[in-house]
Design a protein around this ligand. Sequence first.
Ligand code: MN
Ligand code: MN
Length: 307
Amino acid sequence: MTKIKVFGHRNPDTDAISSAIIFAHYLNEQGKDAEAVALGAPNEETQYALDYFKFDAPRIVETLANEDCEVALTDHNERQQSIEDIDQLTVRYVIDHHRIANFETDEPLYYRAEPVGCTCTILYKMYKEAGIDIPQNIAGLMASAICSDSLLFKSPTCTHEDVDAAKACAEIAGIDIKKYGLDMLKAGTNVKSKTAAQLVNADAKTFDMGEHKVRVGQVNCVDLNELKSRKAELVDEMTKQNEENGFESFLLMLTNILTKETALLVVGGLHPEIEKAFEHTIEDDFMSLPGVVSRKKQIIPPLSKQF
Ligand code: MN
Ligand code: MN
């Protein structure tokens, strides 16, 4: 039996890591030979969830063509967010909730995309449809990923299906979703202990916008001033990244998860286009965006349209 390696996107977040672990479990339950791997180490928020529900972090891989396997992608599909040697691999499954771009296969595959707030919400439905019992710790991870992607149901990406799935999972897992979710999110907002490079790179993704290569990262916090006071070092790091990787512009979302507002730090070019996209001005490298918390729904679509 061909082994299937399951992984989420680069710079993995809680959904990327959890959905890989969970989908590997799902495939194993269906008699397939699957293993969850990851394209990076878990962040502090994800580590909190893994520790709480007693999972080991998935093995980190850089390439897979050397491992004689087929692959399943979760929580992403775009090539530049995937494994380095994706072009040499056979993709058998994709479970995702993002736009579809830069994705092509030679062979037929199982592809499931739904416009919900979290990949784990889709997986929850798949367990139900297949009649597979959801174990307590798997349910805990599902609830964690939904809390993370939906910022505890506050993000505009959050649907009633996400809320329903998270509540059902919380019950199976035996947690108080509001309390657990906030503790987990807070575990991921410890900015003091992180270097500028860690903050800038932690959650960054590259997007092709027309002919432009744009990098967009996000840092969650509970106090914007703490991050804004480190602007100089953040700008230095983002400038360096732009030069090294050919990004035309680097946008870093500094998002206060309690007040639901984002200060967008813009470093590099394309200022007029970016200002037009959001109908806000950039002052002192920052664009103030009240009510904005979601990269996927509130940052990427206006930018895509603009370019
Ligand atoms: Mn993700
Ligand atoms: Mn996700």
